[in-house]
Design a binder for this molecule. Structure first.
Ligand code: GRF
Length: 201
């Protein structure tokens, strides 16, 4: 499928880079959007020759106004699939509905444990022995939608939030492109909370 993919990112963009470097996913990345002008993700997009847009929350005001502008941009660019990769904004229900089943997110824990913006820190504070990575379909609730793929990461005695997050990211960079590839290949069938990966196992 010749799908066009947009990646939304607020930070360093290492997950964006993993998507760009994937031989199947990379060529499909048509647009990178960031809410932060200084996001490393915008530089990575430029480096890869991909159109990049800084969509400034200061200009668009309300969350609804911002997401309306975002949806207009995605529609104008003919985007089929949206990949959140460290995008530090919560999407509002209308844009989630417009792209139902077509927004994926990568989260640094085994959901539903440790949702939110500080998952590695929260896992450590809880004294968990294992955390991990979740790729899920985005729905109207935060870090909540149907799970496409998960992989555990062991927590070490000497971990701090940074060392743990670094090991989690290594896994993210391996599994997020795989999940996106499944979507592009039309292999994901969403059935309530369950996501079946066709042609696997
Ligand atoms: C990743 O850990 C992702 O799971 C989380 O934010 C981080 C983004 O990192 N949502 P990067 O900008 O891709 O390096």
């Amino acid at each position: 499928m010749n799908a066009r993919l947009a990646v939304l990112a607020s930070g360093a963009g290492t997950n964006l880079q993993a998507l760009l470097d994937d031989p199947v996913v990379g060529p499909r990345v048509a647009l990178v959007v960031s809410d932060r002008a200084d996001a490393g993700a915008l530089e990575r997009a430029a480096g890869a020759g991909v159109k990049s847009v800084h969509l400034d929350p200061g200009v668009h005001g309300s969350r609804e106004g911002y997401d309306a502008a975002l949806e207009d941009l995605l529609t104008a660019e003919g985007i089929d699939l949206v990949c959140l990769a460290g995008f530090m904004r919560i999407l509002t229900p209308p844009i989630v509905r417009s792209f139902r089943g077509r927004i994926l997110n990568v989260h640094p824990s085994l959901l539903p444990a440790f949702p939110g913006a500080h998952a590695p820190r929260d896992a450590l504070a809880w004294g968990a022995k294992v955390t991990g990575v979740t790729v899920h379909v985005v729905d109207e609730e935060v870090d909540h939608g149907p799970i496409v793929l998960q992989e555990p990461v062991a927590i070490r005695e000497d971990d701090d939030a940074d060392s743990l997050h670094a090991r989690i990211k290594e896994v993210e960079h391996r599994v997020y492109p795989r999940a996106v590839r499944w979507w592009l290949e039309g292999r994901l069938r969403i059935d309530g909370r369950r996501v079946h990966v066709e042609g696997s196992g």
